[in-house]
Design a protein around this ligand. Sequence first.
Ligand SMILES: Nc1ncnc2c1ncn2[C@@H]1O[C@H](COP(=O)(O)OP(=O)(O)OP(=O)(O)O)[C@@H](O)[C@H]1O
Ligand SMILES: [Mg+2]
Length: 294
Amino acid sequence: MTPADVAHRHGVVLDDHPLLPGSMSGSTVVTGVRDGQAVVVKITVHDSDEATGRARREFAALTGLALPIPMPRVLAGEVTAEHTVVVMRAHRPALTEEHPVPSLPLWTSLVDLLARLHATPMPLDSPADSLWRYQGWSELDPVNDRPALDLLWSTPQTRSQLQRVLDHRDGLEVLASAAEEEFVHGDCHWGNVVTDNGDPLLVDWQSAGIGRGTDDLAFLLTRAAADLDVVPRTTVIADYAARRGLDPAEVEARVTARQLLVLALQYPAFVSYLHPRAVERLHTLFVQLRHRPR
Ligand SMILES: Nc1ncnc2c1ncn2[C@@H]1O[C@H](COP(=O)(O)OP(=O)(O)OP(=O)(O)O)[C@@H](O)[C@H]1O
Ligand SMILES: [Mg+2]
């Protein structure tokens, strides 16, 4: 069955050039019209356990968990043995060619949204289900994958920072994980933010599950540091801490620990997707972040 057939079954006529960018996950995301309304259709074929899990998490988050935050509006959907389909209202992307940089109020609204999500009492009926303990990007091995690490961390300064991270790896992991478990989005970056009347909404819930809220923040700040010239990191952390009633220094330390681990051991796997300017920005961030063991 083609995406057009699937869409048609849900009353959607696809646009002439329907394919949306992204789909690193293997889902097909297309645009169309349903009852005169612009929609986005996301189709995930259950061709592996991984894909089925991704689809189940997203479908539950969008339709079943009743998360107490504004969500993209779901108009139709189905789960069959073969695939999961979600038809959503087409919201406006947060960043566009005309507005490629988030305003400070938009940053603040996104941080507020994350703080509300993370403050939600665990919304899962069976939190023990391994479905909700998804590790999207696993860490590379510092020995076996050393050539990949060295390809990204190629300057004397970034090399010595990498060595510091490897020397303190266990302590960083303990610090990054030193908090209660929370329900998190798991893939929070500006490409997964759309807006409704100017307010941010998160799409792409395929990595959602149990984690630490500060990990969403760390991932958001790291992706943003690769893509943007200016990231209001201190404000973001202060806003988040205030919303959660947490000590900003503690949030800073946990976010920094996670960012160092993500940069050192996850980013090298994606080096071929990174623009040279993004590599430069990541180098700057990596050497700036300071782990203060406690
Ligand atoms: N409801 C929506 N309204 C507007 N745009 C949307 C909507 N849902 C998704 N998009 C756009 O489509 C893109 C791809 O969707 P999504 O991130 O859910 O798919 P994905 O296959 O998991 O992508 P990736 O793996 O690249 O993150 C999003 O980054 C977003 O720009
Ligand atoms: Mg996405």
